[in-house]
Design a binder for this molecule. Structure first.
Ligand SMILES: [Zn+2]
Length: 162
């Protein structure tokens, strides 16, 4: 759960605000602090590169091979628990936040395929994780994009009416 939130926050860190692109990663330390992560791990450049790679993969514009550069030398260490083995990611590297986000993407893709998707508003840069039973959510948020797109369709329809 925690890492899913992180993944979505990373994907959504470059929103369009009133038609102007913004980038929350301009201040990477502040962004990391907002996510409750150590401030001195991933650099703004690493976070940005991983964000663009993840966006392309989620949109189907790239294969997961695009994530390879962020995964070299990533290691997990096993330890025993009462139930068996528990794997702990070595997250002391300069890519730990990015790696957590990529692992969350992988888990989501396997556990809930197709649930992570881009907002259906072509002017919106945001992504959503559809947790609805019907799996038919299309907007990052109904308030921000759903109503706007519905209003636009309604406007078009009313103009086409004879
Ligand atoms: Zn949207």
């Amino acid at each position: 759960m925690g890492d899913e939130t992180l993944l979505l926050a990373l994907l959504n860190s470059a929103p369009m605000v009133d038609g102007v692109p913004r980038d929350h990663l301009v201040d990477a330390s502040a962004w990391l602090a907002d996510q409750g992560r150590p401030e001195a791990t991933d650099s703004a450049q690493t976070l940005r590169e991983a964000r663009e790679a993840l966006k392309a993969v989620v949109r189907g514009q790239a294969t997961p091979v695009a994530l390879n550069p962020f995964l070299t030398n990533v290691r997990s260490t096993p330890s025993t628990t009462d139930d068996g083995l528990e794997w702990t990611l070595d997250d002391t590297s300069a890519r730990s936040v990015v790696v957590h986000a990529i692992l969350a993407w992988d888990e989501l893709a396997k556990k809930s395929p197709g649930r992570l998707r881009a907002c259906a508003n072509p002017d919106c840069e945001l992504f959503l994780i559809d947790r609805s039973k019907a799996n038919n959510a299309r907007w990052c948020s109904m308030a921000a994009c759903g109503n706007r797109m519905k209003a636009r369709r309604h406007y078009r329809r009313s103009r086409q009416a004879p």
